[in-house]
Design a protein around this ligand. Structure first.
Ligand code: HEM
Length: 413
């Protein structure tokens, strides 16, 4: 790493934004967000696209843009995943994902999907989530150490969503490989020919598998989410098979790394703020508030993108119609205007206005499931291992800024 500049010494917002994008600086990201917010809260940049995009770091701007019913995450945002003909299957799948559909199609599919993927369906899974968490920790307990990411945080959400869909346990190993390949290909900061190949094979794997599962549930319905998806219909008829496949892919992909990353970064934050960890141990009823604060403090989905449908004036900076907003949720979550002492982890805070699940039309569909998994994971971890400690001085982050997370988190007890 080059000699580290200090944020306060840099006066050029584009230079600050370059430090934000720098994969070497993942561990010290937040001071850079603060600096960019101070210098240029609406920052025009060409660093991400050939055209100018506007980077937002202030909470009230992010809130206003996400809530604007005219603003949506249109198909242009999916172009960043276009890697040419060798990556066409992945790219086509991304075009069908809920997150990138135009409003009419989005609202229809989201409306149907949320009839099957309900908070009640999630609540019914609570005992099974506890069981999976327990089983994962049983496997490592006697070892006295683990990599929290690989051994615990990563498998949990994949098992949970696969079981909800009705994927048999024997098929899970294939899902780990596909989910990983798909996620790596989605990291636009590092697209290599090998990752493009892995992305194609993950897409084909998902598609073939879910098509077979759809056919199976049509023949023999069961009590699972896939059967519910197959049965959905509105005045336009049932969901097309390709839309069911895309819905399964987004539930799996939007739900696994995000949740795993929050379990990882949440554990790290608690281990670095021992007073908060001890408070939570003494008063476990604080867990729901603690989860909310951990999600605010260091979130996985750092960036969302939107297109301005008309000129939008943000405190005097006019973003012209047709231009892209690069919305930094993680920076809005640390805006001192809304969260006093924003860098402090404070589980007594009620950070209701955090933007980690987005807002408006595309607000996270899986927030209830994510909160449930994170709460059960942290609660069990803290109860089981009273002497839990970090087994590293410098936790290693993945390169991606869009989806922030730890590559590894060695722990001992
Ligand atoms: C802590 C974990 C999670 C975080 C931080 C998170 C964050 C987000 C954010 C910020 C968005 C909006 C993106 C945008 O506006 O561009 C989103 C959308 C979405 N999330 Fe989550 N998510 C999490 C867990 C989950 C889970 C567990 C699921 C489901 C199993 C899920 C399913 C979805 C879906 C389907 C969308 C797209 C909604 C739409 O386009 O209408 N997420 N998530």
């Amino acid at each position: 790493m080059s000699a580290l500049p200090v944020p306060a010494e840099i006066a050029d917002p584009e230079e600050v934004f370059a430090c934000i994008l720098d994969p070497e600086r993942r561990g010290e990201l937040y001071p850079w967000y603060h600096r960019l917010r101070e210098l240029a809260p609406v920052h025009p940049t060409r660093a991400l696209r050939n055209e100018v995009a506007y980077v937002l770091t202030r909470h009230r701007h992010v809130d206003a843009v996400l809530r604007d019913p005219g603003v949506w995450s249109d198909r242009r945002n999916v172009e960043i995943f276009d890697a040419g003909p060798p990556g066409i299957r992945f790219y086509r799948m991304m075009q069908r994902l809920l997150l990138y559909l135009d409003p009419a199609e989005h609202d229809r599919i989201r409306g149907l999907l949320s009839r099957a993927f309900t908070p009640r369906a999630v609540e019914a899974r609570r005992p099974r989530i506890r069981q999976v968490v327990g089983e994962l920790l049983d496997r490592v307990e006697d070892r006295g150490r683990m990599d929290l990411v690989e051994d615990f945080a990563y498998p949990l959400p994949v098992v949970v969503i696969c079981e909800m869909l009705g994927v048999p346990a024997d098929d899970l190993p294939r899902f780990y490989t596909w989910a990983h390949g798909f996620a790596r290909r989605g990291d636009v900061s590092d697209v290599t020919p090998e990752r493009v190949r892995e992305g194609e094979s993950a897409t084909e794997g998902f598609r073939g598998y879910f098509m077979d599962l759809i056919a199976d549930r049509r023949r023999s319905p069961r009590d699972d989410l896939m059967t519910a998806l197959v049965g959905l219909r509105d005045e336009q008829g049932p969901l097309a098979d390709e839309d069911i496949v895309a819905s399964c892919v987004i539930l799996l992909q939007a739900g696994h790394e995000t949740t795993a990353d929050l379990i990882g970064m949440g554990t790290l934050a608690l281990l670095r703020h021992r007073d908060q960890l001890e408070l939570l141990r003494r008063e476990p009823a604080r867990m729901p508030d603690a989860v909310e604060e951990l999600i605010r403090h260091d979130t996985s989905v750092q960036i969302s993108q939107r297109v301005a449908p008309h000129d939008i004036d943000l405190d005097g900076v006019v973003v012209p119609a047709g231009h892209v907003f690069v919305i930094i949720n993680g920076a809005a979550n640390r805006d001192p205007e809304v969260f006093p002492g924003p860098d402090r982890l404070d589980i007594e805070r009620r950070p209701k206005q955090h933007l980690s699940f987005g807002l408006g039309r595309h607000i996270c569909l899986g927030a209830t499931l994510a909160r449930t998994e994170i709460a059960i994971a942290l609660e069990t971890l803290l109860q089981r291992f009273e002497r839990l400690e970090l087994d590293t001085d410098a936790p290693e982050y993945r390169a991606s800024l869009f989806l922030r997370g730890l590559a590894r988190l060695p722990l001992r007890w």
